[in-house]
Design a protein around this ligand. Structure first.
Ligand SMILES: [Zn+2]
Length: 449
């Protein structure tokens, strides 16, 4: 397929904005990026996708999300309203995830994936919990990835909150999926798996040790870290160590590990993340909603930490997440010079792409438009009202782009949405099923109080 009449943003370094160029897709890859006249002459019979002047860009990547949380939308949390983070876990997320069965997990994933495709996400790192439906839950999510055609990384968040048997089941679910993916049940290379852990505050030393042994040589980890002070307080009180120091003792950190949030890390913990090459994903919309504060990601970038961006299940609108990052750091520091647009791009584009490349090592240039990169692409219906240059692109995006401007989403060369019409999944059928299932989930949730 030849994608022509597009303005192409490559997200290579340095970034390029190319007019009069076209992209040739062959199989799952970008086979050529060359002047349009040249490709039209060389491939006169190639099927054409006419962009009609839209922007062609690499698809958006989300480094941390929770597909299981979809049915929280509109859910009534019993009074009184949670006054701090641990109450949000106890009154919202924990009773909600306990109310899910395997079909709920699949449908909850499908609605999130539909949202993701419509808003230009092509790869999401999911962090899953369903304590009353652990075995097979990662298959349910894999089924949704298979159906929608998205690229993904899965894991199950192991925790002690349901006792030893459920912690062991979580470990087994991670190990099984990691093996299956390695053995080729990976959706033609679109699926990767890692080892999920909930957070230090719900993991005993015994369980962390079991996870270390089970993951040894197989995989890194994906874990919440210092989202609220309670994670640090709990760790200091029970183990005499700050969270990151404790995770380091259990070999949880490293170049294949993602820690989410890191809002309350001290300087030494940040330094350890840099030393170990651990990835940190920040989610400012979720942090604001939970009123937990913001990670000092500008200092973390200066330390050399690989800071990525996720959405924490808040909604699959990554440009909203970028914009929130841009605004929230200015506000919290009361300094409009903070959080340069370029820093947002450094995290949301470049770090996320490097993270993606780490998890899909058989690809080249994932997250960029260049020859041999996987064809994970979007078209954006954005007409700049001022001259758009590589230098001002961050601000064109932060002040001009809306996630609903995405009109086409492609993963591995397959079109998942064209002219805003989904091609792989019946949105209305899924929404109908979601409404029905969410009602039952809500009933089970309310019975927990
Ligand atoms: Zn999270």
């Amino acid at each position: 397929m030849l994608i022509k009449n597009a303005t192409i943003i490559t997200w290579t370094k340095p970034n390029q904005i190319l007019s009069d160029y076209a992209v040739l897709i062959q199989g799952q890859k970008i086979a050529r990026l060359a002047p349009q006249i040249q490709l039209e002459a060389e491939y006169p019979h190639e099927p054409v996708l006419d962009a009609h002047g839209q922007l062609l860009m690499p698809g958006l990547i989300c480094a941390h999300t929770h597909f299981y949380g979809a049915f929280s939308r509109g859910l009534a949390i019993p009074n009184p309203a949670p006054s701090q983070f641990s109450e949000i876990l106890e009154k919202l997320w924990w009773p909600l995830d306990q109310s899910l069965d395997l079909d709920d997990v699949r449908v909850s994933s499908e609605v999130c994936m539909i949202d993701a495709i419509k808003h230009g996400n092509t790869l999401l790192f999911d962090h899953h919990a369903s304590p009353n439906a652990i075995d097979g839950s990662l298959d349910a999510i894999r089924d949704a990835f298979a159906e929608t055609g998205l690229r993904g990384v899965e894991c199950y968040e192991v925790t002690d909150r349901g006792g030893v048997i459920k912690a062991d089941a979580g470990i087994a679910e991670n190990v099984r999926m990691i093996h299956e993916v390695k053995d080729g049940q990976n959706l033609q290379g679109r699926l990767a798996a890692t080892f999920g852990l909930h957070a230090g505050l719900t993991l005993s030393d015994e369980t962390l040790d079991k996870c270390r042994v089970a993951a040894d040589g197989l995989s890194g980890f994906h874990i919440h870290v210092a989202e609220h002070q309670i994670d640090e307080f709990n760790s200091l009180e029970k183990y005499g160590l700050r969270v990151i120091d404790r995770l380091k003792e259990f070999d949880i950190l490293g170049e294949n590990t993602i820690v989410a949030h890191g809002v309350h890390l001290d300087m030494r913990e940040a330094e350890i993340l840099a030393e170990t090459g651990t990835w940190l994903s920040q989610q400012p919309r979720s942090n604001m909603n939970n009123a937990v504060g913001l990670a000092d990601v500008e200092s973390m970038l200066r330390l050399g930490i690989k800071v990525c961006m996720g959405n924490d299940g808040f909604s699959n609108a990554m440009w909203d997440e970028w914009r929130t990052c841009y605004l929230a750091h200015k506000l919290i520091h009361r300094d409009p010079r903070r959080m340069n647009g370029g820093s947002v791009i450094e995290m949301g584009v470049y770090s996320n792409a490097l993270l993606a490349q780490r998890f899909f090592p058989n690809t080249t240039g994932l997250g960029t438009i260049q020859q041999d990169a996987p064809a994970d692409l979007i078209l954006v219906d954005y007409e700049p009202i001022t001259e758009m240059t590589p230098g001002n692109l961050p601000w064109q995006i932060l002040f001009g782009f809306r996630d609903s401007m995405v009109t086409m989403t492609m993963v591995d060369g397959a079109v998942l949405m064209r002219d805003r019409q989904l091609t792989t999944i019946d949105e209305h059928k899924v929404i109908f099923e979601a409404r029905k299932r969410s009602k039952d989930v809500w009933e089970r949730y309310q019975k927990m109080f």
